[in-house]
Design a protein around this ligand. Structure first.
Ligand code: SF4
Ligand code: SF4
Length: 362
């Protein structure tokens, strides 16, 4: 146990309910219903357990966390446990009065998602008419209160050409940071992959735009950029390594090494309502399944990059090769890389007319 590091960050999916229906939503296809969500007092205990375990940052997410009426109490409970509290929100369901209550409860930071740079595109992507205008109003309310703001921009084939305007908007809205994340193919995004995959030309242009914007921003706006990994030669360092720096809690208390891990159906995930969080983190079979590098196959086992990328993503390996322990097929050294190249070719023909929208559970 002594060589297992404590987690730094925890993502709490308070609910899977959401008024939006983004076709790239990272929630699982089988979502937790409202009646199965953990009540306030159990979440408060989970936050206290997380702080004792070593977690410093709590990300309150969903679905849409504002769909929980007890959101201010949950923020206050997390702050009382000594956690830095970040709210990841679509903004729908937040009003001036609710923002005041969240600020009074000690909320440290807001991450507001934007689906696009204009109402026509953004509302079509989010499947919610009027959503864009409400987000703009909310961003102004956040700025008025001086709350730290990050803009989350999920980019894909339909909106990647609007990247320059997205960066400008983040500046105009007073954000300190923008996270530009090209869609990663899990959950609903995997289902809609052909209609979301950007072209290579779009990706090359996006990289150039980000480089120019960083050079121009003088540190006033921090720009994080997650390129689409299918176009990369090496995989991303998923979660900084399995069971290494962070964990996720689903709305019903299921504890996961990452938000997509429920697709690994051969693993049994424990629930924090039955087992202490520290036991799950240190001793849980699922958290130990891909920890460290003893489990790695070749070519990862003898590769000098294994300490950098940990062999890539287990969920992606399973989705694309059928074997969760395989080398992430994004890697040029993987025997399965041809599958990724074939999918890139398929992506060139997809359109947003084929999207299947994510539906909210009741
Ligand atoms: S539907 Fe959209 S806004 Fe709602 S949780 Fe999913 S990605 Fe976020
Ligand atoms: S072979 Fe494995 S460790 Fe090496 S770069 Fe590829 S995925 Fe990473």
């Amino acid at each position: 146990m002594s060589d297992i590091p404590a987690p730094i960050a925890m993502l709490a999916e308070l609910t899977h309910r959401c008024p939006l229906s983004c076709p790239y939503c990272s929630n699982p296809l089988e979502m937790v219903r409202g009646a199965q969500e953990m009540p306030t007092e159990i979440w408060a205990d989970v936050f206290a357990q997380a702080a004792r375990l070593g977690v410093l940052q709590l990300h309150l997410s969903g679905g849409e966390p504002a769909a929980r009426r007890d959101l201010p109490e949950l923020v206050a409970d997390a702050r009382a446990a000594g956690l830095y509290v970040n709210l990841i929100t679509s903004g729908i369901g937040l009003t001036a009065a609710r923002l005041d209550a969240l600020e009074a409860a000690g909320l440290d930071h807001v991450q507001l998602s934007l689906q696009g740079v204009r109402a026509s595109t953004a509302d079509r992507i989010g499947g919610y008419k009027g959503g864009f205008d409400r987000k703009m109003d909310l961003a102004r309310l956040i700025a008025d209160r001086g709350l730290a703001l990050t803009i989350n921009a999920v980019m894909h084939r339909t909106n990647l050409d609007d990247l320059p305007r997205m960066i400008e908007m983040a500046r105009d809205l007073g954000a300190r940071r923008i996270e530009i994340a090209c869609v990663q193919f899990y959950g609903w995004a995997l289902k809609n992959r052909a209609g979301l995959q950007p072209s290579r030309a779009q990706v090359d242009q996006a990289k150039a735009i980000v480089a120019a914007a960083r050079a121009d921003s003088n540190g006033r706006l921090v720009i994080d950029f997650v390129p689409p990994d299918y176009y990369a030669d090496y995989p991303k360092s998923c979660m900084g390594g399995w069971g290494s720096t962070g964990l996720n809690i689903a709305p019903d208390g299921t504890v996961l090494p990452c938000h997509a891990a429920q697709t690994l159906e051969h693993l049994e995930f424990q629930n924090v309502q039955q087992t202490a969080l520290a036991d799950i983190w240190y001793r849980g079979a699922a958290f130990n399944a891909y920890r460290g590098n003893a489990w790695m196959p070749e070519p990862c086992q003898s590769c000098p990059r294994k300490a950098l990328d940990h062999g890539g993503c287990r969920c992606q390996a399973l989705a694309l090769t059928g074997d969760a322990a395989a080398t992430d097929p994004v890697c040029r050294k993987s025997p399965d890389r041809a599958k990724v190249d074939a999918l890139l070719a398929e992506g060139e023909t997809g359109t947003d007319a084929d999207w299947v929208y994510r539906m909210s559970p009741v």
